[in-house]
Design a protein around this ligand. Structure first.
Ligand code: CA
Length: 452
């Protein structure tokens, strides 16, 4: 509206200007004293306002007016457009704000989902790692089912004992001479395990295949090629474990590569191998066959099945890993720790002839093999480790072959690295050797009241 008023004012002004250029208006008193107005033009032709002199000017004025009207129309139209935009702006702003808030909420939700996915991926990685470390049938059994099974088996075992189902085994046990617990061949006292010191770290495996394994020194070396200082090592993760690493001594074992690698003729199963009198003894993969491998000649010199022994996940230790047959050495010789269907999962202990691997004697214990983490022998007594993951655990059972009886113990034992896959005794050094989650460690022990 204000633009229209301005336009009219402008036109009036323009007309006045044109008139002032060519005509004049005067007023004065006439003879009678009245006020008289006189309008005067510059020439007679202009009275009609149609002369040649006035027409171009009027046409010019009209042309400018036309331009002004067009300009005013555009301005009015422009003003109208801005007005519409201004009217719609708050609504648009509100809509955009809403969309922005929704996007922020979506972003927050996606962030939470990403965090959940990261967490799940981490859990799955741990689960995968755990399954990889327990490639046995036991991993498919829930803890509850396992407990029930153990309870049932224990019940069966007690009934069998009451019914004299193990007469044959008892007869074998009765043949064991009690005198074998007297001082060992080295003349040192040989009594019960009193304590286990903290683990000492010697080396950490640098590859995945070293997650668990076996490392040993021969307590009674033979010949001159190797000594009791030679260190032997097998990384037991893999489908076809055949490499036996040989280190000259503990210094090389701790700091350097092996001096040689022997390729075994048969693949190794799990972590139950041991070294004794110049031979490596181990369980052949996927079988109950025991192998004696002569280290000096680098050849297989004896092989024999361990009668009725469960293998490949039938009677492993608590941690699984196909630890069905565990070979051990102590002051009294070579032993096998395992179970049979007849024993229904209870630990069976057999003393073996180190020459030909024949079973010399056997004992059956009441210790469920899959309830303990590992086992070793000291002075013809079998000891079991309660846990393979707890940092502070115990040696929780002992079975004495001399008295044929077992009892509970509580000797502190540390799994410093929380995944102990191998424990073996070296009677020459009075140490336990162990492989704890990539870490090769040893423990000093005290036996029979006399320290080493
Ligand atoms: Ca062992």
């Amino acid at each position: 509206m204000w633009l229209q008023v301005a336009l009219v004012s402008f036109l009036i002004s323009a007309s006045q200007v044109q008139a002032e250029d060519h005509a004049s208006l005067r007023h004065s008193n006439d003879a009678a004293g009245r006020c008289q107005y006189t309008f005067t033009v510059s020439s007679p032709q202009e009275t009609s306002c149609t002369g040649d002199n006035g027409r171009p000017e009027m046409e010019g004025v009209l042309s400018r007016l036309t331009l002004l009207e067009a300009l005013v129309s555009r301005l009015i139209a422009g003003a109208g457009t801005r007005s519409d935009a201004e009217v719609g702006l708050p609504e648009t702003f509100s809509q955009i704000t809403g969309e922005r808030n929704q996007l922020r909420m979506d972003k927050d939700q996606l962030s939470r989902q990403i965090q959940e996915l990261h967490k799940r991926v981490t859990e799955l990685s741990h689960e995968t790692e755990s399954l990889r470390q327990k490639p046995c049938l036991q991993t498919n059994t829930s803890a509850d089912t396992r407990r029930k099974l153990n309870h049932r088996l224990a019940s069966d075992l007690e009934n069998d004992f009451r019914n004299d189902a193990y007469q044959e085994m008892k007869a074998e046990v009765s043949e064991v001479p009690a005198s074998h617990l007297l001082p060992d061949r080295n003349g040192s006292s040989c009594g019960e395990l009193l304590s286990v010191e903290d683990p000492v770290l010697h080396r950490k495996a640098d590859g995945f295949t070293g997650k668990y394994g076996v490392w040993l020194q021969d307590p009674e070396p033979q010949g001159t090629q190797y000594s009791n200082k030679t260190v032997w090592r097998i990384d037991t993760v893999g489908k076809d474990v055949r490499q036996l690493f040989v280190y000259e001594d503990m210094k090389q074992f701790t700091h350097g590569p092996p001096m040689k690698i022997l390729l075994l003729p048969e693949a190794v199963e799990s972590t139950g191998a041991t070294i004794y009198r110049g031979s490596l003894y181990y369980q052949r993969k996927l079988s109950r066959t025991l192998i004696r491998y002569d280290l000096a000649s680098e050849s297989l010199v004896s092989r024999r099945d361990l009668p009725h022994a469960g293998f490949h996940g039938q009677y492993p230790y608590l941690w699984g890993g196909y630890t069905d047959i565990d070979l051990a050495v102590d002051e009294q010789g070579l032993w096998a720790i395992y179970s049979t269907s007849k024993a229904k999962g209870a630990i069976v202990l057999s003393q073996l002839d180190p020459e030909n691997l024949e079973v010399k004697r056997s004992w059956e214990t009441k210790i469920r093999k899959n309830t303990v983490a590992n086992a070793f022998l000291v002075c013809a007594r079998l000891y079991t480790v309660a846990s393979y993951t707890a940092v502070n655990t115990t040696i929780n059972h002992v079975f004495d072959t001399a008295t044929k009886t077992g009892r509970d113990l509580s000797v502190p034992f540390k799994n410093k690295y929380r995944y102990n896959s191998m424990v073996d005794y070296n009677h020459a050094q009075r140490k336990l050797f162990a492989w704890d989650n990539f870490h090769m460690v040893s423990y000093d022990i005290r036996v029979g009241g006399a320290s080493k």
